[in-house]
Design a protein around this ligand. Structure first.
Ligand SMILES: Nc1ncnc2c1ncn2[C@@H]1O[C@H](COP(=O)(O)OP(=O)(O)OP(=O)(O)O)[C@@H](O)[C@H]1O
Length: 419
């Protein structure tokens, strides 16, 4: 295909937003809108010159009658480029929850499942500089910090698949101009005109901000700058964690006087990182709750937060799982318990993994000798047969059993860099 100077610039900007080494099989999510159609055409050029396979998918949410035709239009465009294309149908909405949110979650699930089925390790998405600028504007309204204002990340892993956003520096207009030049059509999503959505309001506000010299591109650059600052803060947090905390089994113990000496921003990041590591990413606490936790650590007070318990213990604060959060967790041996642990041992018919709890701890002979807070021990995983405790490997009562981290679970200090 003949490329004009402008198209060539776009292509190299897009390439710069992609990882240096592209996977052999790359996916592209194409809604049929101008951004993702342009992405498919540009990626097609790149895939040809770098000799990789490109695959495209469109999700039909089944919410608008025209959606099937739109998916067909993308399928035809893909076919003309020689790209394998699949339409993924969402049939899951049961009327519960927020429709936009449910549709979005379903879309990512369908796309990542599609990628896994086809051995595709990364999917490119068509978010643009305008989307990034709108995100930043909306987050300004929520008084976000460095992380929030760094906008959408250009890569993140979802359901085992890497989602790439290589066009965060490219404007929507440049992509539409490119398509017009190629004489390729696209669909305008009708929800774009709908004032109900904050994103659309942000889009309109951006028009007005132009008089102040604030453009989509400048806000997208702000996000990029802050993403670099976020990266630096994550490293600072990691270094602080290494010097003032130790990992004990699944718990993290933080030295109180060391904690008081690090800047407030790092204190908050430490607390968030510890909680995310212990309780899982789905438990991200709110800013006010994090501030309370920082104060609780500094003052040596007990607190519960997002499924974790913070317990002062000597000159440390012990972060562990909260008993109530895991009281109902049950799994078989060799399976994952609480998304964290795998307990394995000798064949024991009828054995199950449950929390040690108040019934189990008294059955462990020497738990007091461990010198750990009782409440931290209570929430440990244990192996039970009926009411009989077989093992509590994290409480030095193993009886031939071991407790290992679930395979996907990162080590604590490296998990800090993923925030
Ligand atoms: N129906 C769809 N089928 C395939 N891909 C889609 C679909 N909808 C959106 N996408 C992909 O997601 C990108 C962003 O689209 P859009 O901005 O509408 O989504 P969003 O819900 O705002 O995304 P996010 O919530 O992740 O910011 C598109 O450019 C495209 O790559």
């Amino acid at each position: 295909m003949f490329l004009t100077h402008q198209a060539e610039t776009l292509r190299s900007e897009l390439r710069a937003g992609l990882p240096e080494h592209l996977p052999q099989r790359l996916g592209v999510a194409v809604s049929g809108g101008g951004d993702s159609v342009a992405l498919m055409y540009l990626l097609h050029e790149i895939a040809q010159s770098e000799n990789i396979h490109l695959f495209a998918a469109t999700v039909n949410h089944g919410l608008r009658p025209e959606a099937a035709d739109e998916a067909k239009q993308v399928a035809d465009q893909a076919a003309r480029l020689g790209i394998a294309h699949e339409t993924l149908l969402w049939q899951g909405w049961d009327g519960a929850g927020n429709l936009q949110d449910q549709a979005r979650q379903a879309r990512y699930r369908l796309l990542t499942d599609w990628a896994q089925r086809n051995d595709i390790s990364a999917i490119a998405l068509g978010h643009t500089a305008d989307d990034q600028a709108e995100t930043v504007l909306m987050r300004l309204g929520r008084a976000a910090g460095v992380t929030g204002l760094s906008g959408m990340p250009n890569a993140r892993v979802h359901n085992g698949v890497t989602l790439l956003r290589p066009m965060l520096g490219i404007t929507r207009q440049a992509l539409r101009d490119y398509l017009s030049e190629l004489d390729v059509g696209w669909v305008e999503d009708p929800s774009n005109q709908d004032q109900r959505f904050d994103r659309i309001k942000a889009r309109k506000a951006l028009q007005d901000l132009k008089t102040l010299g604030i453009s989509a591109q400048s806000l997208a650059r702000v996000a990029e700058n802050l993403a670099q600052a976020r990266e630096a803060l994550a490293r600072y947090t990691q270094e602080s964690a290494r010097s003032i905390s130790v990992v004990d089994g699944g718990d993290v113990c933080l030295d109180r006087s060391g904690f008081k000496q690090v800047p407030a921003e790092i204190q908050r990041r430490l607390v968030v990182a510890i909680i995310a590591w212990i309780a899982g990413q789905g438990y991200a606490p709110r800013r006010a709750a994090v501030d309370k936790a920082v104060a609780a650590v500094a003052d040596g007070r007990t607190m519960t937060l997002s499924g974790c318990l913070l317990i002062p213990h000597g000159n440390k604060t012990w972060f562990c799982r909260e008993l109530n959060a895991v009281a109902g967790e049950m799994s078989a041996p060799n399976e994952v318990w609480d998304s964290r642990w795998i307990l394995s041992g000798p064949p024991s018919p009828g054995a199950e993994v449950r929390v040690l709890g108040k019934d189990g701890l008294p059955q462990v002979p020497d738990w007091r000798d461990l010198g750990k807070p009782r409440k931290a021990l209570l929430s440990s995983p244990a192996v039970w047969k009926g009411e009989k405790l077989l093992s509590a490997p994290l409480v030095a009562y193993s009886n031939g059993w071991t407790a290992e981290f679930a395979p996907h679970r990162p080590e604590f200090y490296s998990s800090i860099l993923s925030h």
